[in-house]
Design a protein around this ligand. Structure first.
Ligand code: NAD
Length: 257
């Protein structure tokens, strides 16, 4: 197990991609800090069943004070975190002139600014120990845009830029910072968009799913959360020690078009 004795924080790990990443890191022997809303007990149970020690933080990624509290709790329990996966994210779609201001602020805070806070608070311990891995769950929308997703696209492009800067500031210190850029993954976040599309077009969920995939993802298939988790494990391993500042798309060909 490549991460025995290490501690990993995965923000937004009560659901979807974050939960799959937390489980994969637990299988590699890491201790976990689970975060997010909803059924946190099930997430803690799942990583514990894989042999990991786990604590849960209810920190709201919109709140710098709560993020600092979460990092302090990780410090008290484990001495700090060695792996940070900035995964928490939300989506809202609307034309730019109708985009609700509070949604814009929430998306920027959760999908971008929270990564600044976890990273700035985790780096001193990583530098002290001479090892660290930061993986930012961006999106194909960190590389290209779609209409009606102005806040999300701005946040994810920002996250890719932030990733590159952190990579430069940590290069040569056995610390890496990379972004992964998934296409469509069938999680609650995307299920909502499929339901909205079905309602808008007056079609059933199956037809809306087919259209959504066909429009953007040439494979016509969803990326799975487990495939993304495997990439995170690779980025945390020794074979990836020179992968730094990358924005790695896993998207069935979406951004190749
Ligand atoms: P999800 O809705 O299943 O999970 C989101 C997680 O973030 C949940 O654990 C939720 O509780 C948590 N979260 C939401 N608001 C929070 C807040 N204020 N504070 C703390 N936690 C909060 O969604 P997902 O699809 O698994 O998304 C995970 C990440 O992957 C997001 O950053 C998303 O942008 C990104 N992503 C998803 C897709 C996709 O197709 N599903 C594609 C590309 C990128």
């Amino acid at each position: 197990m490549s991460l025995s004795g290490k501690t990993a924080l995965v923000t937004g790990s009560t659901s979807g991609i974050g939960l799959a990443i937390a489980c994969a890191l637990a299988r590699e022997g890491a201790n976990l800090v689970i975060n997010g809303f909803g059924d946190y007990a099930s997430a803690v149970e799942q990583v514990s069943a894989l042999g990991a020690q786990a604590i849960y933080s209810a920190a709201d990624m919109r709140r710098p004070d709560e993020i600092a509290q979460m990092m302090a709790e990780a410090g008290e329990r484990y001495g700090g975190v060695d792996v940070v996966v900035n995964n928490a994210g939300i989506q809202h779609t609307a034309p730019v002139e109708a985009f609700p201001i509070e949604k814009w602020d929430d998306i920027l805070a959760i999908n971008l600014t929270s990564a600044f806070h976890t990273t700035r608070l985790a780096l001193p311990r990583m530098r002290e120990r001479g090892w660290g891995r930061i993986v930012n769950v961006a999106s194909v929308h960190g590389l290209v845009a779609s209409a009606h997703k102005s806040a999300y696209v701005a946040a994810k492009h920002g996250l890719v830029g932030f990733t590159k800067t952190v990579a430069l500031e940590t290069a040569g210190q056995s610390i890496t910072c990379n972004a992964i850029c998934p296409g469509w993954v069938l999680t609650p976040l995307v299920q909502k968009q499929i339901e909205a599309r079905a309602a808008a077009d007056g079609i059933d969920i199956e037809a809306a799913t087919r259209i959504i995939l066909r429009e953007k993802q040439p494979s016509g298939q969803f990326v799975s959360a487990d495939e993304l988790a495997a990439l995170v494990v690779f980025l945390c391993g020794d074979a990836a020690k020179q992968v730094n500042g990358a924005a790695w798309n896993v998207d069935g060909g979406w951004v190749a078009q």
